[in-house]
Design a protein around this ligand. Structure first.
Ligand SMILES: C[S@@+](CC[C@H](N)C(=O)[O-])C[C@H]1O[C@@H](n2cnc3c(N)ncnc32)[C@H](O)[C@@H]1O
Length: 354
């Protein structure tokens, strides 16, 4: 710990010490992992918990610098926040960072499974919010994670996957092994990958009669992330499983809604009140707010249509509106459009531009 060089930074409303990025690589070999590009990911956790409003306890099982938990405590006001990491260097740094912000959080240095098995010896045996943000695949943490959610009072599990090469079809065998599904390797791969990840978490829940409904989900080039709300009940879990199926020869995957529209609306409104939320997060939420109103699996991608000249995305969207269809940009692709128009109807609109 003493030999690691730290710098002082601010993220959201918290101050942090993080390893000097000039000296250490941003990977699993860093003394403690901190990725500034994940600020958006953490902004969304804060906004979601603030919008949900009644979460009393939260745990970041793999907390590294502790940044997510500290922000959840300070910005979302969750009463009891647990931050845990198996690394002793991370543990020492989390303590420093909590002190720096004068925040009372419960800090532990356990393997995630030990914490979930009750080794922290604290009041909470289960949590209103469980965050799983590992290096690579979240699969090894799902079973214990799902069982640790307070499922009777709508607990939430948040899961990040950075093994996008498996989920997005570069390594289909890995996807089949880890997620029990066949991925897509075309312009729809990000959406399909996210739906496969959701399906995997839901199947783990269903084993214990826990129904897991997506509240919010998003992807970037580097990772996928989903937030699911738990409810106990075999019938409810069965209903979730009924919405799992195949799409374009890939899957099985979740075919239901990815977003709770009302929650997205609340989160977006909060971005105007919470001055620490980044412009990037606000912009992503705006796109998701519009696409959440078109709960359709898949989208059309102008770049994948081999057109001689690609029309302006907004012009195509407006044309779809004036023809009576729903249409919006999608955060899955810069050139993608979500719409309720069929393929034929969409092609007819595109032909108007030639
Ligand atoms: C990707 S980082 C977490 C980043 C953090 N959530 C954030 O938002 O900055 C993954 C962390 O998991 C920790 N870790 C790996 N395996 C673990 C385990 N079995 N139990 C607890 N922590 C573990 C690593 O030490 C590392 O700090």
């Amino acid at each position: 710990m003493t030999r690691v060089k730290f710098i002082d930074i601010t993220e959201g409303a918290v101050k942090l010490k993080v390893p000097d990025p000039k000296l250490y690589k941003l990977d699993s070999k860093a003394p403690v992992f901190y990725n500034p590009a994940m600020t958006l990911n953490r902004d969304l956790s804060v906004l979601l918990l603030k919008a949900v409003g009644n979460v009393e306890s939260a745990v970041d099982l793999l907390a590294a610098t502790g940044v997510r938990g500290l922000r959840i405590k300070k910005e979302a006001g969750v009463e009891r926040v647990y931050i845990n990491d198996a690394s002793s260097t991370a543990f020492a740094l989390m303590k420093q960072n909590a002190k720096l912000n004068k925040l009372k959080v419960i800090i532990s240095n356990l393997r995630a499974h030990e914490l979930l098995a009750g080794r922290h010896k604290r009041k909470d045996k289960k949590f209103g919010y469980v965050d799983i943000d590992p290096f690579g695949t979240p699969v090894p943490f799902l079973d214990a994670g799902v069982k640790a959610i307070v499922e009777n009072r709508g607990g939430i599990i948040a899961v990040t996957a950075t093994d996008t090469s498996a989920l997005c079809g570069t390594y289909p065998d890995a996807c089949l092994r880890k997620y029990g599904a066949k991925p897509l390797y075309n312009y729809l791969m990000n959406e399909a990958g996210l739906r496969i990840l959701i399906k995997k978490v839901q199947e783990v829940g269903a084993q214990y009669d826990i129904a897991l409904t997506p509240l919010f989900a998003h992807t970037t080039r580097h990772y996928m992330r989903c937030y699911l709300r738990a409810e106990r009940g075999a019938d409810k879990a069965d209903k979730i499983l009924q919405q799992i199926g195949c799409f374009q020869g890939a899957g099985p995957m979740w075919l239901g809604k990815l977003w709770d529209e009302q929650l997205v609306e609340k989160m977006f409104r909060l971005t105007f009140k919470m001055k620490h939320i980044s412009a990037e997060t606000k912009s992503l939420l705006h796109t998701i707010l519009l696409e959440s109103k078109i709960p359709i699996v898949g989208f059309y991608d102008l770049a994948a249509m081999h057109l001689k000249q690609v029309p302006r995305l907004q012009s195509v969207i407006e044309n779809l509106w004036s023809t009576g269809f729903k249409a919006a940009r999608t955060h899955f692709s810069r050139t993608g459009i979500k719409t309720d128009a069929t393929e034929k109807e969409f092609e007819k609109i595109i032909k108007k531009f030639y």
